[in-house]
Each structure stands twice: as C-alpha cells, then as structure tokens.
Design a protein around this ligand. Structure first.
Ligand code: 4AD
Ligand code: MG
Length: 430
C-alpha cells in the first residue's frame, strides 16, 4: 500500500493506494457515497460503499462537508468515464476534520467577498489554473535567461534611492534612516551588469500607486535583465525572444489550465518574433486616427495603450518616447535629444504595457545633470554615479511585471487573481 498524489494515478492502476486530501463535494446514492477529493495535484472520485467499509465508516462519510480533510485507502481502478481516468474504491476512510460550513460555495460570489476570503478561494480549480500558469511563466523567465548565460543577481528590497520617480515610494524607517521599498531592481542590476556582463534580478517590487485600475498592484514581481554593452535595439530583440519563449512554454505545458480558463490558445500561438515596432510619434498618429485626443508630448494612459494594443495581433514595441515623460536614467537619442532611447512592450487584446526598459545614460556628467534636474538627492546616488566613473559602457535592460504577463496570457480582466495574495489600494487583508 503506497501513499500517492492524484496526478500519479497512472503509475498505480489496480493497486491499493492511500490518497490524502480535501472533499470538494459528495453525492449520495443509497448505500454508496461518491466523494470528489482534491489533493492539490488533481481531483479524483472515490466510491464509499457501505458493504465494503461497514456501518461506522459509512456513517462517518455521511457527515463529510465541503473541505473536510481526509485520508482514503482503496483500490485504484481505471475507468474511462471518470474525469481523470481513475476512480478509487474505498476500503478505509479516516477523517482528519469535518470542516465547518465553507464560505465559498460553487455558486457565484462577488469579487469583494472572494478577495476577503482569498486564503480559501485559492482552493478553487480556476485559481489553481491561474497560479500554475504563473509558476510556468516564472520558470520560463528563469530558463530563458539561465540558458543564455545570464547570472541571477538579486537586488535589495530596502533602498535609499528612488528608481521610478518619487511619487510612488513606500517609505519606511530603517533604524535612524529613511528607507524606501524598492520600485525596481534596475539601478542595482546596472552595478551587477558591470560586474557580470549579463544579469537579471527577479523579486518583489513596490509602488504606492494611488490608482485603482485593473493593471496596478502595490506589490508586484518583476524580472529585470540588464546587459553591459547592449543598446536599445538589442533590448527589443531580447524582449521579443523572451516573450515568445514564455508564451511557448505555457502553450506546451499548461494547455489544460488554459482550457479551464477558456483562453483561446490560437491567440497565443501568434506570439512569435518579430513583433511590430513603432515609434512614440507613430503611436500618436494611430491614436489620432482612431479619434483619440492624444497629442505629441502626452504620456499614454491605460486607455491609449488599450487602443494601440488592439491594433496588432501580437505584442507591439513602442520606442522613443519624449525624454520628458521618462525616468532620469534614460539615455537620449543622439539624433533627437528630446527623445529617450526607451521602449514599452504592449501586450495585445487591449492588455497594454507589460515591459518597460531601454538604454541607460553612461556619461557621468550627463547623469549627474539629470539627477539634479529631477531634484533627486545626489548623495544617495553616489554609488550609482560611481558606475560611470569606473569603466562606464553603454548598457541597457528592461523589466517585465509578472502579474501583467499572467493576466494577459490567462486572458483575465484584472491583475488581482494573478498573485496569491494581492496588495491593492484598499486591500491588505488577508
Ligand atoms: O515601466 P516600469 O516602471 O519600468 C521599470 O521599473 C524599469 N526600472 C525596469 C527596467 O528597465 N529594469 O515597470 C516595468 C514593468 C511594467 O511594464 C509593468 O509590467 C510592471 O513593471 N509594473 C506593474 N505591475 C503591476 N502593478 C504596478 N503598479 C506596476 N508598475 C509597473
Ligand atoms: Mg513603464
């Protein structure tokens, strides 16, 4: 008799096995109880027969409520009609706990209620599908960079610097000093790129975004490659290969989950290189042609990005935004000093920006000037300026927000389900 996970059933057909899990539902038919049991790896139907288990255990099984925890021993029978292809004929049933009335029922609940019970909602098959796809995306991100000789060098979470503007900083006390929760690992990746050549960091990042949108979280995970000697076109190539790789990995390993989410794989199959590339100015033209009031110099809001990303059947790279709209560290175009050598990658179907990046200023004098123009504290950036004093080279990188990628690939209309415990404008619980 061996303990097995439900997804290992194929290797145990005909054997006596033990399964440990939770009850999803029970259906009674005379002297038979049909239990749908989940263990995290899958669901299986277990048949409890009064004749086999005896009166006492049959009575115990009749008390089982949704989410009761139990251990079942029985014979695993192949059955083409069963959802997973196998059923368990129960010989013995051990109940660990009869669950209290479970708040989440198979009926529809409002989002507020589900978010309040996120710790329990995670047990649903839909949430499993989303979070398994998230896992696959993260694995694919790591594999992509690992296979290309990038070194993973993680960035700190407590920092003295603002990377992406001072308006979205979470401030905290660091003994006698003020610290901020990192908005991006980029500045540190620039240091490690000068040490290791090609690096990436991957970790949680924080933005005090006072915006309640379907794309913004206060805490999100970002994967950020940085490459010494690379320039903007290199990052466009890298981002394109990177996204195509991630999507292909999900299509290969998570078809069942996409199906459960009713995500049309054909839309993802189109995500192959090359991606269309347009300048910011071309993007403004498209918006104007679509009757949008955008004018040169405007930053794109979520609605503008939605319009742009609906124009293409795969991600689109928008490059060379006005430098005035962008962060202090952005290199400018030598032919058009008013434009930054930057790019955003917008996901199709209206999802909008999932990647932001570009080339970094590598002249010490220019960078110091920009830090001053942005009224940033020069002392806190001394270490960052040092990188331009000791063997400065052109370099570039980008960051992809994992949750936005998950929302797009899963076809979700909000990022709140893409992370196990979302931190949102009005939500810190659970
Ligand atoms: O465009 P952003 O602000 O770029 C950076 O942080 C650069 N320092 C990255 C780099 O070059 N290494 O953010 C990058 C990505 C966005 O494209 C988006 O996917 C995600 O991070 N992101 C958010 N995701 C969820 N909630 C938020 N509030 C986000 N802000 C940014
Ligand atoms: Mg951005």
């Amino acid at each position: 008799m061996s303990v097995m996970y439900i997804d290992e059933a194929a290797a145990h057909a005909g054997q006596e096995v033990t399964i440990r899990g939770w009850l999803r539902s029970r259906r009674d038919k005379g002297k038979l109880h049909f239990l749908i049991v989940r263990d995290g790896t899958g669901d299986i139907q277990a048949v409890v027969s009064k004749a086999t288990v005896g009166d006492a255990q049959f009575a115990r099984s009749a008390e089982l409520t949704q989410e009761s925890s139990l251990v079942l021993t029985g014979t695993l029978r192949q059955d083409a009609r069963a959802p997973g292809g196998y059923e368990l004929d129960v010989l013995r049933l051990d109940v660990l706990q009869v669950a209290e009335s479970f708040p989440i029922q198979p009926k529809e609940h409002g989002t507020g209620f589900l978010m309040e019970h996120r710790h329990l909602w995670l047990r649903s098959s839909r949430q499993h599908a989303v979070l398994r796809i998230r896992h696959e995306i993260i694995r694919a991100c790591r594999n992509f960079f690992d296979d290309r000789g990038f070194t993973l060098v993680d960035a700190p979470i407590f920092t003295p610097n603002a990377c992406e503007g001072t308006t979205t900083l979470f401030q905290t006390q660091y003994f006698d000093e003020t610290a901020y929760l990192t908005q991006s690992g980029q500045l540190y990746s620039e240091a490690t790129a000068a040490a290791f050549g090609k690096v990436y960091c991957f970790g949680p990042t924080f933005r005090a975004e006072k915006s309640k949108t379907r794309r913004h979280l206060m805490e999100f995970w970002m994967v950020e490659p940085e490459v010494a000697f690379a320039q903007l076109p290199d990052m466009m190539d890298l981002a394109e290969q990177f996204l195509a790789h991630i999507v292909a990995a999900v299509l290969k390993s998570r078809r069942a989950e996409l199906l459960l989410l009713e995500r049309d794989p054909a839309k993802l199959e189109r995500v192959t290189a090359p991606f269309p590339r347009i300048t910011y100015e071309e993007a403004i033209d498209i918006l104007q042609r679509k009757g949008n009031p955008a004018k040169p110099g405007d930053d794109f809001g979520a609605d503008d990005e939605t319009i742009l990303s609906k124009e293409f059947d795969r991600p689109v790279i928008v490059h060379r935004y006005p430098a005035a709209l962008k962060a202090f560290y952005m290199e400018t175009d030598p032919e058009r000093p008013d434009l930054a050598l930057c790019m955003d990658v917008l996901a199709p179907e209206g999802y909008g920006e999932i990647i932001g990046g570009g080339q970094r200023i590598h002249s010490h004098e220019k960078l110091l000037g920009r830090i001053r123009e942005h009224h940033l504290p020069v002392e806190a950036f001394q270490w960052y300026l040092d990188l331009r004093r000791f063997g400065s080279v052109p370099h570039a990188g980008f960051g992809m927000g994992i949750e936005r990628a998950v929302a797009w690939i899963c076809g979700l209309d909000h990022v709140r389900e893409t992370i196990p415990f979302p931190r949102m404008l009005y939500r810190l619980y659970p």
